[in-house]
Design a protein around this ligand. Structure first.
Ligand code: R5P
Length: 301
């Protein structure tokens, strides 16, 4: 195959697209986008895409408006003759509603996956929220590859935190907490969380005496309202532990989340660069670009 690679940014993801272009050698395409006065989305692809394998770069947070633009863009790229259209979405939204917890609820993880599988040819993402779905393959019908954050997070902890203990706020976090702790060569612990509402969580600490004197590194996949990590920070402080460092793979930071973490005594709040955020970020985009390059057929030339 000799298919040229190109990359195009969804609105809001220009920096991501530029990084992918730089790392993969793909040609960066232009997109004009705006809203009509009534709120509808206008898109226009400004460069030739016929015969190309196109990587769409997206950062969907908040997800809904961007998702519709993604659908329009993927359709347009195909109509203009793109051979393949793949998607780099470092933060994959709509993964947490992965069951019908109450009668009548939408299981949005499944619907979103079904829709995306019909819209693009492949997907590359970073540690999606896999809990009741064990793999993306259970719900995605396209090649969907996950870039793990653990190697880079572990490296960051090794360099920045002396005598750490990796702490997961709930049982769902055990998968990445165990992995990061093993790479750092330090202990780990998992707390017990009960979510009572969007903005209310309760967290119980198991006995953590053996971790005394270590700096808790609270690690979660998503920081959304910030309540989970804020409550965990307070509980740990209340039990006499050192101020915790918070690491979120995906920093959504809804509303006052960042302030909440500061008020709860976070020594530092760090995210991976799957979404733009203020504050220090752990770089995963080199790894993401390598996966995208392969999925887009960059090595088939
Ligand atoms: C839970 O399912 C996730 O792993 C995170 O713990 C959760 O999304 C964090 O949300 P919040 O910041 O709103 O507590």
């Amino acid at each position: 195959m000799n298919t040229p690679l190109a990359v195009i940014a969804l609105p809001g993801a220009q920096a991501l697209a530029e990084r992918l272009a730089q790392e993969t050698g793909a040609r960066l395409l232009g997109l004009e986008s705006r809203r009509f006065p009534d709120g509808e989305c206008y898109l226009r692809v400004l460069d030739e895409v016929a015969g190309c394998s196109v990587i769409v770069a997206g950062q969907l947070s908040p997800p809904d408006a961007g998702a519709l633009a993604l659908m329009f863009l993927a359709d347009t790229l195909r109509e203009l003759g793109a051979r393949r259209v793949g998607l780099v979405l470092p933060y994959l939204p709509y993964m947490r509603q992965d069951a019908r917890f109450h009668p009548g609820e939408a299981v949005t993880s499944v619907s979103f996956a079904r829709w995306l599988s019909g819209s693009v040819d492949w997907l590359a993402t970073v540690d999606p929220h896999l809990h009741r779905h064990k793999t993306l393959g259970e719900i995605y019908r396209i090649p969907a590859q996950v870039v793990p954050s653990a190697p880079a997070v572990a490296q960051w902890v090794k360099v920045h935190v002396p005598r750490p203990v990796i702490v997961g706020p709930d049982e769902e976090s055990l998968q990445w907490v165990e992995d990061v702790a093993a790479r750092v060569g330090c202990p780990h612990a998992v707390l017990r969380k009960r979510r009572l509402g969007d903005h209310e969580v309760q967290i119980e600490l198991p006995p953590l005496d053996r971790l005394a004197g270590r700096t808790p590194v609270l690690l979660d996949d998503i920081i959304s309202s910030g309540r989970t990590l804020a409550v965990a920070l307070r509980e740990l402080r209340g039990a006499g532990h050192l101020p915790g460092v918070c690491i979120g793979v995906h920093g959504l930071f809804a509303d006052d989340a960042r302030a909440l973490l500061q008020d709860a005594g976070a020594a530092q709040v760090v995210t991976c660069n799957t979404l733009p955020a203020d504050g220090p970020q752990i770089d995963l985009l080199g790894d993401v670009a390598r996966v995208a390059f392969d999925l887009a057929g960059g090595r088939d030339k």
